[in-house]
Design a protein around this ligand. Structure first.
Ligand SMILES: [Zn+2]
Length: 387
């Protein structure tokens, strides 16, 4: 069993819906307090995360975003600590988990009539030139890249970016690119193909390896993160487009499109925009309810915009109908002298509650928190600052 603290925290994040709206910054802040590259035994993770939470947390009246952020990060860590990893259910290492996905993913795609060519899985320290400049976790060079740059075809993962669960779902996503890459590798990948790789690869393929809940969390962190590189919002937008095609044609239609290659996918993308996609000459079938449920949540159901600065998030979490501003600030352990202005600004920006003088009048915060609880999803989120 070989896991670093960082790997186990990422694994626990994917199994839980935390309030952080930027997981990389969340991890970066933790490294200010703890070396996350040290080995942690899975059975000791709970103790490790609890200890780290008590180091990160603050023990004073909160008056700054930095301190509010420490409180919220500590609260997230305590949620992660409750995960209680069982060594029986974990692969030997992240790398083992990833290599064990190869056959599972292949078998899963065969059910759709997709026959991925054998693609060597390479776990490397750095990507071959000229792709070493990109900040990707994985990529799948095709025949064109082999001819142009001398990079053997296959699927490449950067070792430093391996994460439990995530890398396995990403592998399924990359396999879709290897199929289109066989048809017309000279056509530049991207756009709608990324969305289709998310639907068939990450979602349908991922379901063969992990529960829907994990994939939903993965998509929220990865596609609804705040102040993360724009490319991930683009992946989300193209997933929405692919969902339209999925709802009309099912996995059968999307798989057929994949086997037709990149030119056909780019042409289909134009029909999604002009609204004529229903007339595409694609077969319909294989509507998978679990895949649909993930897409509905990630593309439509989740509300990404309740994301605030740490101090605003902490205050909003403690707002209740009938409370005075001073009572809210006490409940949140925030200095009352800064709370008044912040609470009134949250009220006007979010319409989550109404401030009547110094008192909270109507409030939907209670309903939102109850809905969060029912769905085990964090909607009120905080955006950690850069470290
Ligand atoms: Zn991709």
């Amino acid at each position: 069993m070989s896991y670093t603290g960082r790997e186990l925290i990422y694994g626990a994040l994917y199994m839980n819906s935390c309030r952080t709206a930027n997981i990389e910054r969340f991890i970066d802040h933790l490294t200010e307090y703890q070396d996350l590259d040290e080995t942690v035994l899975p059975r000791e993770f709970e103790e490790f995360a609890q200890r780290l939470a008590s180091i990160v947390d603050v023990d004073k009246l909160i008056a700054t975003d930095t301190d509010a952020q420490r409180r919220l990060i500590a609260t997230d860590l305590r949620l992660l600590a409750s995960e209680g990893f069982s060594e029986r259910n974990l692969p030997e290492s992240v790398e083992h988990g990833l290599t064990s996905s190869e056959k599972t993913v292949r078998d899963r795609f065969e059910q759709l009539g997709l026959h991925p060519v054998a693609s060597k899985l390479n776990i490397v320290e750095r990507f071959p030139e000229p792709f070493d400049k990109f900040d990707w976790a994985a990529f799948a060079p095709d025949r064109e890249d082999e001819q142009e740059f001398g990079i053997p075809q296959g699927i490449y993962f950067k070792r430093s970016r391996l994460r439990p669960l995530y890398s396995q779902a990403l592998y399924a996503h990359e396999v879709i690119h290897t199929i289109t890459g066989q048809v017309d590798p000279h056509v530049y990948v991207g756009g709608l193909e990324e969305g289709i790789a998310e639907v068939i690869g990450t979602c349908y393929g991922g379901l063969a390896m992990m529960p829907p809940k994990v994939l939903k969390n993965m998509l929220v962190y990865g596609r609804h993160g705040v102040e993360r590189p724009k490319i991930w919002s683009l992946y989300r937008d193209h997933t929405r487009q692919a969902m339209l095609l999925y709802c009309e044609f099912g996995l059968t239609g999307l798989s057929t499109l994949v086997t037709r290659g990149r030119e056909a996918i780019h042409a289909a993308a134009a029909t999604v925009l002009d609204g004529s996609y229903k007339k595409l000459d694609l077969p319909r079938g294989k509507f998978d309810s679990d895949t649909l449920s993930i897409l509905e949540f990630a593309c439509l159901g989740f509300i990404p915009s309740y994301a605030y600065s740490p101090i605003d998030c902490l205050l909003a979490l403690h707002v209740r109908s009938g409370m005075t501003v001073t009572e809210v600030s006490h409940a949140a352990s925030i200095d009352p002298s800064i709370a008044k202005e912040r609470i009134s600004s949250i009220a006007s920006e979010s319409a989550l509650f109404v401030l009547n003088g110094s008192k909270v009048g109507y409030s939907n915060v209670e309903r939102l928190l109850s809905a969060e609880n029912q769905a085990s999803v964090s909607i009120l989120r905080y955006v950690p600052g850069k470290s």
